[in-house]
Design a protein around this ligand. Sequence first.
Ligand code: GDP
Length: 282
Amino acid sequence: MAGFFRKLIERFTRRKVDLDELEETLITGDVGFRMTERILGRLRDMGRSLDPEEVVDVCRREMLTLLPEVNPSLPLFPDRPCVVLIVGVNGTGKTTSTARLAHWLKSRGHSVMLAAADTFRAAAIEQLDAWAQRLDVPIVKGQYKADPAAVCHDAWEAASRRGIQYLLCDTAGRLHTKDNLMAELSKIERVIGRKDPSAPHETLLVVDATTGSNALHQAREFQKAVGKLTGLIVTKLDGSGKGGCVIAIQDELGIPARFVGTGEEAGDFDVFESRRFVEKIL
Ligand code: GDP
């Protein structure tokens, strides 16, 4: 990832930082208005003209103060599956991320089951099924256009019967039909909640880092629809200087990044680490 701050440093080499230009860099870097204002406020408080390195230092400090240092891993229960709903707009990498999370958990010795609950796209069911075969993890799928809540229900029954530790449900992502989405996701929550009142245990939103401020908009809409998003899976952090949306979403909506996707392969996935992330975008 080519950090946008590197461009900033290049721009201000051999001259002091102009705060208006800095403001523009931060806004176009998608870190959000709040973070931008906070950084500018700090710099103004310092009350003198600043070298780029000093500015980057202030940015680093502010970002690390905002981002949680450690992200607790997914909960594990001795007697029932941990249910993880994966939500997000089509094209963000939701299905790939569901598969990669399954691979990540499996490679740590956990048992996993997939639920193909994005039943509005036949291709999504086929795609997740292909991943399940490749990763050798069980999958429960419904027919095309089947009720997604019924698929999750059947998957929970199967996971529970087989003593599976993690049930990952790939849900539909039609943000443009918000009322339907809301009804669909809350029905899944209700049906799963009838099986286990504490479920779903995690609802992870997949956002594509390259979409910039659009990711913040999606997070806001999904938070309204779902009520409690417990974290982000940030995809496509490879090959782009983007990633500022992670900061804006944490700052403005309080949703922490939990995992990152860095490619198209099963292994291109890891836990989000704030220090590593900030060093990359700086
Ligand atoms: P969905 O429609 O949200 O389920 O999206 P998909 O999982 O089908 O992914 C859409 C495209 O993005 C596919 O071509 C994926 O291979 C690609 N993709 C997903 N995650 C990443 C990532 O982290 N990095 C890159 N470079 N591509 C990704």
